[in-house]
Write a protein of this length. Sequence first.
Length: 193
Amino acid sequence: MKDFKVLLINCNTMLDTLVTAGIGILSASLKNTGCDVRLFDTTFFRTAERTGDEARTAALQVKKTNFKEFGIEPDEGDVVEEFVKVVESYKPDLIGLSCIEVTWPLGLELLKAVRHTGIPTIVGGAYATFGADIIIRQPAVDMVCIGEGEQALTELCQKMRAGEDITAIHNIWIKQNHLLYTRIGIFTTSGAS
Ligand code: B12
């Protein structure tokens, strides 16, 4: 499946430097099935007034950390512009956004910025799992993954690549032609597109 390209987005809060387990598992699973995978990571872009650690320091949760001492400073590039450049040069077959509720607004901004390309999008993670109905309403979102994603995403990619039906994959809600396909039924998406 090397000819099937997936761009994963680690939509992270600024300078929270832990790589999420979810992204790692998804990337490994996709690579095991032969997909070409790239990661766009928002961690090192200046996407907020203060870092997660600064917020936690203010809340007396952690001791102050000086990232500069470790040679870590936010990238000065604009996160949305850089993302558009990556999408336009890599030309993925699928864009997979991983986010939590606090990073969803940024993730949505990224997806909106590349909607003109027509590349299918899927959103997963803790927020997608319990806020799927909110996320799927966005015109820039085609699919939502509810719960574990490794099997769902690999099956989705295999089926997309083979041109097969993708409307009945476990854990995935999919919007197609104004209909929403879920495991519990098919719904009309009036108001969404
Ligand atoms: C470990 C953890 C942390 C760690 C490490 C975070 C990290 N970056 O790795 C620390 C302590 C640093 C942390 C910090 C925070 N956390 Co936290 N954390 C967790 C915890 C306990 C487990 C997450 C995890 O690794 N799960 C295991 C992986 C394998 O599962 P996963 O991430 O869900 O991914 C799977 C699926 O969701 C899906 N999936 C994920 N992404 C995608 C993308 C696509 C395209 C697809 C198809 C599928 C998919 O497939 C994956 C594999 O099956 C969860 C609670 C929970 N039980 O999930 C809270 C949780 C995610 N954290 C939460 C919060 C709020 C935070 C903080 C904002 C707290 C704070 N105020 O500082 C910060 C944010 C930091 C950040 N930038 O992410 C909330 C998010 C709630 C929400 N509304 O979205 C949770 C759900 C806890 C809760 N119940 O409130 N956290």
